[in-house]
Design a binder for this molecule. Structure first.
Ligand code: PLP
Length: 376
């Protein structure tokens, strides 16, 4: 099987797996226990937190370990909204966010009396900054905008948005940087909160981070013990949290080399697909090279996915979290591409592990599928 679904998840890296296995055998003690074994676990976990903080140029107490980016997003949005609702109940996000942001906002609106503005995107899939400027109000307490869109790879102007929000309001700025980490530079100096996930960077599933500026307080979503600065109760996932630091260091060390390599692959794939009249490219050329969203003129997404799967290619349509729903891609619709194109799309996501030969055979298979099913 040729795997071209790296935006969904990545295979675990050998070095990370080896370290993790060794850690599991040795550091089984509860990091909150006061005996030597517990202290040893805690020490290594705090060292990992410190290393992560150093890699992001932030403070140790600004790194919160969580179980997945969906959890981090829920913490950032609900934890913040509940803590600061006395200041106002208006939230701003975009209409193309991951479901964990979208549904957290929706829940706050439906059950807790918040008002949410969903910003539109431009044709290239990037947030409409003018709309953000118009939407910002006195009672806006939080703005959440993703850095890289998981369906199209569109890269948002996060600095411009965050700077505007900070200069013109008291609102905090949260960024979902899951599809950016290890792929493009991520600068946390101008945001208040940020979300990252380990399984998108060749790390473990069940492992993620929320970056939160020291001054910001959140209401705990898991009310329990003292773990994670009293924010997230439950026995710490010690070994998983320890190995995050290594996962992050390795991916950042190779970020530029991987970016250059994947950019070349993306160009190659685009060139092949452009030659084909039946295929339309939905991802903007300025976006992340790791994600290429395309539509077939005459074949629907489900048929494309199944036919490609039968031929040995693993790709997605929409985001994987919404793959089982029949709903149309809200991202492509928001870009104004129309229903036909939105229901005929697939997402190809690339990696430094992808080869030229894989890209070439995928392009041929997609062309063939488009022709075979067009005539049926
Ligand atoms: C942009 C974005 N945010 C959040 C998530 C959720 O990540 P996790 O699987 O760690 O909950 C994903 C996963 O696809 C994503 O692409």
């Amino acid at each position: 099987m040729i795997y071209l679904d790296y935006a969904s998840t990545t295979p675990i890296r050998k070095e990370v797996l080896n370290t993790y296995e060794k850690l599991l055998e040795r550091y089984y003690a509860n990091s909150d226990s006061l005996h030597d074994l517990g202290r040893e676990s805690a020490k290594l976990m705090e060292q990992s937190r410190a290393n992560i903080a150093q890699l992001f140029h932030v403070l140790e107490e600004e790194i919160i370990f969580t179980s997945c980016a969906s959890e981090s997003n829920n913490y950032a949005i609900k934890g913040y909204a509940w803590k600061y609702m006395h200041r106002g109940k208006h939230l701003i996000t975009t209409c193309v966010e991951h479901s964990s942001v979208h549904n957290a906002c929706k829940q706050l609106a439906e059950h807790f009396g918040f008002e949410v503005t969903y910003l539109p995107v431009l044709e290239n899939g990037c947030v409409d900054v003018k709309a953000l400027k118009k939407a910002l109000r006195k009672d806006t307490i939080l703005v959440s905008i993703m850095m890289v869109n998981n369906e199209t790879g569109a890269i948002n102007p996060i600095k411009e948005c965050a700077d505007y929000v900070h200069a013109n309001s008291r609102a905090a700025f949260h960024v979902d940087a899951v599809q950016a980490l290890g792929k493009i530079p991520v600068d946390l100096s101008y945001v208040d909160m940020a979300t990252f996930s380990a399984h998108k960077i060749y790390g473990l599933k069940g492992s993620a981070i929320l970056y939160k500026k020291k001054m910001i307080e959140l209401l705990p979503l898991i009310s329990a013990g003292q773990q994670e600065f009293n924010l997230r109760g439950g026995t710490s996932n010690v070994c998983t949290n320890i190995v995050f630091a290594k996962t992050l260091r390795l991916i950042l060390e190779e970020q530029q080399a991987h970016f250059d390599y994947v950019s070349r692959l993306n160009k190659r794939l685009r060139k092949f697909l452009k030659e084909e009249n039946d295929i339309l490219i939905n991802s903007d050329i300025q976006g992340s090279p790791y994600i290429l969203n395309v539509s077939a003129r005459y074949v629907g997404s489900e048929i494309l996915l199944n036919a490609l799967n039968e031929r040995g290619f693993a790709v997605s349509a929409k985001s994987t979290c919404a793959s089982k729903s029949k709903a149309i891609s809200h991202v492509l619709m928001a870009m104004g591409l129309g229903e036909q194109r939105a229901t005929h799309s697939i997402r190809i996501s690339l990696s430094h592990l992808t080869t030229d030969a894989e890209v070439d055979s995928f392009a041929s298979a997609l062309k063939e599928v488009c022709h075979v099913y067009r005539t049926k």
